[in-house]
Structure formats: C-alpha cells, structure tokens
Design a protein around this ligand. Structure first.
Ligand code: NAI
Length: 246
C-alpha cells in the first residue's frame, strides 16, 4: 500500500492507459480522482473501484476547456483536501500527412495533448507547491523522441511535452515537486485499435521484447515515477516500449 493516504488525479482516467493507471494507484492505496469527457463511463469505473478499498470519484472534464478544468480541480481539492499525484494521460490522435494537414487537425491535437497538460499542471501546481510535495507524470510517446510519418501534430505535441516536463521539473524541484514523463511505444488500447493485425505484427516483430505493450506495463512505470521509490528522479523521460527506441 505504497500510496496509502495519497490522492491521485488521472486525466482521461477511465479508459486505456489512464484506466490502468487509476486502477494501479487505487490498488496501491490511493484515493483516485478520475477526469473524463464521458462522465457516465468515468462514474461507472469510479463506482467499480470505490466498491473496495480507498475512495474513487469521477469528474466530467475536457482538458481543452480551461474554465471547467480549473473548477474540476477545485472540486477535487474540496472532496479530497489535496492532490499528491497528477497523471496527465488524456490524449488524442488526428493523423494525416503534413502536406494535407488542416489547421484544425493541428490545433486540436496540440490543444488536447500539450496545452491541456500545461493547463492541468498550472492549476495543480498551486496546491502542490504550497504543500511542498507532489509528483507529476506526463504521458508522452516514443514518437515525441523520433517523429513519425503521418503524425506531425501528435509528435510535435509529445515532443513539446518533454520540454514542458523538464521546465516544470526545474521550476518545481526546489519546492519539493517532481515532474517526469513516460514515453510508451505501441500499447494495446482503443487508440491503436485501428491498426490492422498485419501492421501490428510488422511493428512488434522487430521489437526486442517481441510484443505490443499492455496498459498495465505503462501504469507500473507511471506509479514508479509517482511514488517514493523515485524520490531522487525528476525531469526524466522513462521509455516503455519493449526496446523499440534505443
Ligand atoms: P485511449 O484513446 O484509449 O484513451 C485516451 C483517453 O483520453 C480517453 O479516456 C479519452 O476520453 C481521454 N481524452 C481524450 N481527449 C480528452 C480531452 N480533451 N479531455 C479529457 N479527456 C480526453 O488512448 P490510450 O492509448 O489509453 O492513450 C493514453 C495516453 O497515452 C495518450 O496521451 C496517448 O497519446 C498516450 N500514448 C498511447 C500509446 C498507445 O500505443 N496506445 C503510445 C504512446 C502514447
């Protein structure tokens, strides 16, 4: 129960990687605030989690809506009294070749995957810095390190997230708040379900570990960076990709 007495907030926390992170935080003893666009799904998951062990509560929140985000974070502080762990997981793809990419597709992905993370960090940093304690983990991607054809918007957002993570680590470190990122490779979730089996096989066949990752593989890395076992680690990007990028 390494997270007993802690409060974790996970954006996009009711599906895919975010769901696995919420569950692991909860399994480790944390109270969990689950932010989701689909409030019914988030509530159902929170009820499932909260049925045993520590508390779990869902909040309807789209990270592109700054006002709602600030209000939802206030609600969490009112409900739970503090936020010890923030996991910025919410993210989308809107793929297309750069030559044909619309401003809308570019801005939507940047707004969700990068500005949404900035907004959430800005709001949560106040209580964390005041408490002189906390850990933030941002979910990046290996393609933020190496780029990917057809994902200029997504890769730019995920690369930007690394600079954001490192800058916040420098600003917040002296006040006891650590900020790190996890960069997953190919993980089996709704986000990657559009890939054909052949495409997946081609990709995973060349991986040293020979398989796609599971949301739980990412969740354990996130919880390592969110917990006391990583007390002397900040500003880092932990790659969780079966050896894809090295
Ligand atoms: P997913 O599509 O299953 O889940 C994404 C979650 O983010 C959903 O809960 C969705 O509702 C939420 N979300 C999206 N836009 C939102 C918004 N504006 N406000 C609030 N919530 C929003 O995808 P997955 O795979 O679980 O992705 C989670 C994170 O992991 C994302 O940041 C993604 O970029 C990243 N990632 C995923 C990889 C993969 O292979 N699945 C690889 C590398 C990174």
């Amino acid at each position: 129960m390494a997270f007993a007495g802690k409060v974790s907030l996970v954006t996009g926390g009711a599906r895919g990687i975010g769901k696995a992170v919420s569950k692991r935080c909860h399994d480790l003893g944390a109270d969990v605030a689950i932010f989701g666009r689909n409030i019914e799904a988030a509530q159902a998951f929170a009820a499932e989690l909260g049925a045993s062990g520590s508390r779990a509560k869902a909040y309807g929140c789209d990270v592109t809506d700054g006002k709602r985000l600030d209000a939802a974070i206030e609600e969490v502080l009112k409900d739970f009294g503090k936020i010890d762990v923030l996991v910025n997981n919410a993210g989308i793809t809107q793929d297309g070749l750069l030559m044909r990419m619309t401003d809308e597709a570019w801005l939507k992905v940047l707004d969700t995957n990068l500005t949404g993370v900035f907004r959430t960090m800005r709001a949560v940093s106040r209580p964390m810095l005041k408490a002189r304690s906390g850990a933030i983990v941002n979910i990046g991607s290996v393609v933020g390190l190496i780029g990917n054809a057809g994902q200029a918007n997504y890769c730019a957002a995920k690369a930007g997230l690394i600079g954001l993570t490192q800058s916040a680590a420098r600003e917040f470190g002296p006040r006891g708040v650590r900020v790190n990122a996890v960069a997953p490779g190919l993980i089996e979730t709704d986000m990657t379900s559009a890939m054909t089996e052949d495409q997946k096989k081609q990709l995973t066949g060349s991986l040293p570990l020979g398989r796609a990752g599971k949301p739980e593989d990412v969740a354990s890395a996130v919880c390592f960076l969110a917990g006391e076992d990583s007390a002397y680690i900040t500003g880092q990007v932990l790659v969780v990709d079966g050896g894809m990028v090295m």
